[in-house]
Design a protein around this ligand. Structure first.
Ligand code: ADP
Ligand code: MG
Length: 658
């Protein structure tokens, strides 16, 4: 198994992150426009509620705790003009009248109301104050209730907003993953030779996850935090535009700091990502190749390489921390600076009576709210970076059109009743341009025939099998089935009529039964037993702890390669194929199992067309016809006896092996 995580392409990515990528996400987002709309509406409500809290505090202070100072009113004609804070009480209440009667010198009467200076309140006793200020106390009660209501609403709205946003993110992720999965599953072998397993796995898991965070976290940020920033700005200006402008004096510094941060952070985040991918790769390779490493005593060397990578990752991590460590406190300092401006400048205005105490307190609260989203920016930025890189990689896969060309639906030969003949007509093939693997192959395989294919390693035997199964199309020439180009068939139509037994068969981590009778749910238990018996699998299955229900661990590692091969032959049997391809089916096997496999193979081949690729000549000895491949060309054809008599290439191979 290849274990590369695909970091080498990371270097080129992340440079072009632009509107184009966002545009490409639109089709994935569009189905959720409604839910996103509701989420944004909720965000607007939440922001308004959040904005309301400091304002409610201001009202509580200004109206009920420390009333606004008023320039001496006309009813107190005497004395110089001073700023006085007045407390008002209603005279139509008996208890108020009693208190007023006790201190006639402190109160001024004005219509049905009695006024007392805030400073004079302390000359009343506690109980009297409570009577005089009962309106204010009630008002505070209302505001507290309002606070509570706002918090409860905030909670409810937040809950639904999160729910909707997470739902949307999950759905988008779900759809994206399905798209990727279907796409990858439909790609041709050529794609899989280019793209290592590890990289593809990362795409479907990590990268999709990153995109989800983009939707849930960054979109929320844009709507919530930016809206909040804007809202606070407006409220501050309405409260006191001069003070607002004074505090905004720190804004240019905030912008500069953010700009510097984003430039620096971007590079570092990218380096960090590459390092993490490299670490993953090294780790995956170590696990995949642990036998080789231990056998060749490569641990120290491998350890050093990992240590180096790990150290580089640490250095990148430290750089990130330095940048974050500068940025976060810098924003903090700027926030405190802005608060200091509010306290100094605003406090001065409060003293001068041009700014109410409540407004000052509200200003300070808003300042705190203002700098929190800016600080979060750092985190959001990281997520955005990751998501963009992931999006780019996901689209890279979705863009790859490396599929075998399919015939137009109405052109497809759906009805393929029987495989009569297979012809290869002047077939050339190369995986890599200018490196021909098969050259000028002319070959006809007739129904019921057994064809042996022999040749030295690398002569193109497996490639020939790949062409017969149409994992690849020939570079030139034609592979014909019943006289018709293989490309004219729906691959599923003819693949359902063939079986392939490979050198190193792949078994899924499912039960043995499922592995063998994969798509053939219609089989009766008796038929299944026959197949197991024919393929000499019974002994293997009896040995397993749960019989046919034993779950094989990944790759079938829990059974020997011979047993695995027997199971894969049973799997071929279960398909009841007309054409069967063996690619070095007995290469890895001990003699005793080989005899069993040979026996099973012979039963499987009887009455069927078969192609046996073999390294060992004894395997193909009884084939009707044997072709000998060398360097991609057919050098000899004939039965075993004919080829032996000819004393050519086959004869020499034979001499070497015996
Ligand atoms: P055989 O099965 O006879 O040992 P193969 O058909 O597997 O030989 O390979 C024939 C040649 O094609 C070899 O030189 C091999 O290196 C090359 N080859 C096989 N698979 C690929 C591939 N996916 N990409 C590039 N070259 C390949
Ligand atoms: Mg091979």
């Amino acid at each position: 198994m290849q274990t590369d995580i695909g970091y080498f392409e990371e270097g080129q990515l992340g440079k072009t992150y632009d509107v184009k990528l966002l545009k490409r996400m639109v089709p994935f987002i569009r189905p959720f426009t409604k839910t996103i709309f509701w989420s944004v509406m909720l965000v607007v409500c939440i922001t308004l509620l959040d904005l309301a809290l400091p304002y409610a505090t201001k009202v509580a202070i200004d109206r009920y705790i420390v009333p606004k100072a008023e320039t001496a009113a006309e009813n107190s004609s005497a004395g110089p003009k001073t700023n006085t804070r007045w407390i008002t009480a209603d005279l139509d209440r008996a208890d108020v009248r009693a208190v007023v009667g006790n201190h006639p010198d402190l109160f001024e009467l004005k219509g049905s109301q009695a006024l007392i200076k805030l400073a004079d309140l302390e000359r009343l006793d506690k109980r009297e104050i409570a009577v005089i200020r009962q309106n204010d106390i009630r008002g505070l009660g209302y505001i507290s209730a309002l606070f509570l209501a706002v918090i409860v609403l905030d909670f409810i709205f937040n809950f639904f907003q999160k729910l909707i946003m997470q739902y949307t993110g999950q759905m988008i992720m779900h759809n994206l993953r399905m798209r990727l999965f279907t796409h990858i599953q439909s790609l041709s072998m050529a794609f899989f030779t280019r793209n290592p397993v590890g990289r593809l796995v990362t795409r479907v898991t990590n990268d999709v996850q990153n995109m989800d965070e983009l939707f849930t976290s960054v979109i929320t940020f844009i709507f919530k935090d930016l809206f909040l920033l804007f809202g606070i700005g407006v409220v501050l200006i309405v409260l006191n535009w001069k003070l607002a402008l004074a505090t905004f004096a720190v804004m240019p510094i905030v912008f500069v700091a953010t700009a510097i941060f984003s430039v620096k952070a971007r590079d570092i985040f990218r380096i960090l990502r590459i390092k993490i991918a490299e670490i993953n790769t090294r780790f995956a390779e170590t696990i995949g190749g642990i036998k080789v490493i231990q056998l060749f005593r490569n641990e120290t060397d491998n350890y050093r390489q990992f240590e180096k990578l790990n150290h580089e990752n640490y250095l990148a991590g430290m750089r990130q921390i330095r940048v974050l460590g500068l940025f976060l406190p810098a924003v903090e300092v700027l926030g405190v600076l802005a608060t200091a401006i509010v306290i100094y400048y605003g406090g001065g205005e409060t003293l001068a009576g041009t700014l109410s105490l409540g407004s000052l307190v509200a200003f300070i609260s808003y300042m705190k709210m203002f700098f929190r989203p800016i600080r979060d920016l750092a985190e959001k930025y990281n997520i955005l970076q990751n998501a963009m890189a992931s999006a780019e990689r996901i689209f890279l896969i979705l863009d790859s059109r490396s599929r075998l060309p399919l015939p137009a639906p109405d052109d497809r030969e759906h009805q393929l009743a029987k495989i009569e003949t297979i012809d290869l007509d002047n077939v050339f093939f190369h995986y890599v341009a200018d490196e021909p693997v098969l050259q000028a192959i002319d070959l006809t395989i007739n129904a019921g025939e057994t064809l042996g294919v022999v040749g030295p390693t690398g002569s193109g035997k497996t490639t020939l099998v790949n062409l017969l199964a149409r994992f690849y199309d020939p570079s030139s020439g034609q592979v014909r089935l019943n006289g018709r180009d293989l490309r004219g068939y729906d691959p599923q139509a003819f693949r359902s009529k063939m079986a392939l037994v490979m050198q190193d068969p792949f078994l899924f981590s499912e039960t043995v039964r499922k592995n063998i009778f994969r798509a053939d749910g219609h089989m009766t238990p008796a038929e299944m037993d026959t197949i197991l018996k024919m393929s000499n699998c019974e002994a293997v299955i009896d040995r397993l702890p749960d019989g046919p229900e034993t779950v094989l661990s990944e790759g079938g590692a829990s059974i020997s390669s011979g047993e695995r091969q027997l199971i894969s032959i049973a799997r071929a049997f279960a398909r009841n194929p007309q054409l069967i391809l063996f690619d070095e089916a007995t290469s890895y096997i001990d003699t005793e199992t080989e005899i069993k496999i040979q026996d099973a193979m012979e039963k499987l081949m009887s009455g069927r067309t078969s192609v046996i690729v073999a390294h060992r000549l004894s395997t193909v000895r009884h084939a009707d016809r044997i072709i000998v491949l060398n360097r991609g060309r057919i050098v000899e054809t004939g039965s075993h006896e004919e080829l032996m008599d000819r004393r050519g290439f086959y004869y020499h191979l034979h001499q070497v092996q015996v």
